[in-house]
Design a protein around this ligand. Sequence first.
Ligand code: F6R
Length: 263
Amino acid sequence: MTLEHVVTESKPSRLIYKTEVIIFPNAKDVDVYSGNLINQQIYNKPDSKLTLATGSSPIGAYQEMIREYKAGLDMSKLLTTNLDQYCYIPKNHPLSYERFMNENLFNFVNIPPDRRFIPNSEASDPDIEAVRYEQILTDTGQADLVILGIGPKLTGHIAFNGPGSSVDSRTRVICLDEDTIEANSRFCCDDKNQVPCLAISQGIANILEGRKIILIAKGAGKAEGIRSALEGPIGTHMPASLLRYHPDTTFILDSEAASLLGK
Ligand code: F6R
């Protein structure tokens, strides 16, 4: 029987997933490439909506944004939402992601304060705050570009969505797992007891709704997470693996983060 002779009653549907992986020899190249990609997005669509991550991974890309802003790139029409924020800490607490964003990006570019959204860490009821934030995400529409890091190596979670989260999870209050608390204590005198254990986080569904996603990972500490995200089983045990369902995701890696791929 040849292909022409195959008659089916139902119309097949075909899903094509494309995860692009770009590997650079060193971390600086990752920063420059990721930053250029974000800047290009802003040049192409000045009123882009960006989803932003905190942490060490995107800092170099944010520096490229600042450099380009100083060279003339206008960011006054951008709209940004952050992935997550701790609960029950002042906005200017050393661990606050609002503070992080101010110190690493917002203080140096002209994104208007009323177009920058971060969950309110001072909310007295984080569950209500999560609902309010989800409404903002809905009202402001689809993100044009989502910028992600990847978390501690064993769970490799993105945006704190550790085991137990589901594919359709949206903004909610989550308990940070031990890996994340441990990793984040480096910003808090290495004292795990000072790291808040609750955060408000966008969910996997919010992330996957973005038009384009980039995931930035550098260093050998990310190698195991990157391998299971790209080569392991797809599932909520490893939320970053769900990015393989997304039609336009690019992993931007240095050679250390990519060192376990294909092994
Ligand atoms: C931060 C976030 C986290 C980090 C991840 C990696 O907003 O959602 O998932 O992206 O923990 O952190 P770094 O980049 O510091 O290794």
